[in-house]
Design a protein around this ligand. Sequence first.
Ligand code: MG
Length: 361
Amino acid sequence: MKITGIATGEVRIPLARPFKTALRTVERVEDIVVRVTAENGMVGYGEAPPTAVITGDTKGSVLAAIHQHIAPAVTGMDILALDEVLERMDRSIKGNTSAKAAVDMALYDLWGKVLGQPLWRLLGGYRPSFETDLTISVGPIPRMVEDSLAAVGDGYRILKVKVGKEGLADLPRIAAIREAVGPDISIRVDANQGWTVKDAIRVITAMEDKGLSVELVEQPVPAHDLEGMAKITQAVYTPILADESVFSPLDALEIIRRGAADLINIKLMKTGGIHEALKICGIASLYGVECMMGCMLESKLAVSAAAHLCAAKGIVTRADLDGPSLCSVDPYEGGPDYDGATVRMNELPGIGITGVPCDFS
Ligand code: MG
């Protein structure tokens, strides 16, 4: 069944509250939406947030990559020869992982719809539901404590706390949150590359000595500093999770072989979509390295593609898929059910999003 066209639109959704990390502050989701059409009129949808500060992708670069390179390469191909379509897309332009991710998930969505099965079943069918954490933005301690208590009140049992702005001064943030939420809530700490190697070892060791029982620490130092990541991983007991250091399957292999992290955070916008993310799952499975499925500031469309992968694979043991919960409204119809901390998959074919509110051209 031939792919007859690829069109793009735009979706804008205000966030319920500003999203703040060591790298940036964001007030709304402004993402590009992709629609792939087959010759029988069936459509698949994908989405990309241009996250310049992390992936280097801008709105202009995503649109140019899709319309000038990817669309000409795959239009006219058979959607049922999905592997070949995706390999050709990958070769059509170097880099541009967000653009590739949006088209990749639209192709997978269409493929699932043509086959009449939900993606999570087609890709492995490991679990019909899973639990996600909720992000707590970095800010003044009272605000972070208040946000954490509100999250726990909403039923979240795992918090992902953003730090990394102030080195050793991040320690009281985590201590205050642990004291407020009690011992039964899992706390993940994400420094977003904001610490030095010495800061990281000092802060993490202090958290361990204080018994703050942090589940993991994510990307303590800059993405390129694999030597530093390895030093920290070897120096502390707390598991270290690589996020910005791992884009491609080759990055994942390098991290694992160098012992530069204990865990890997897979995000479709870094890998360039599900096709490459599956390769990371394969490598991670070989080495017994558990993965987290994460997202950028994406709305329910792109997050749902990640949710399908998370539900499909046993090696993905953690989910940081709170994008839809951070949005003030849900403009889509269909898709998995985001019920607070619980994400439930269903039997809708493909990704399952049936209504996308934007104009395509
Ligand atoms: Mg992160």
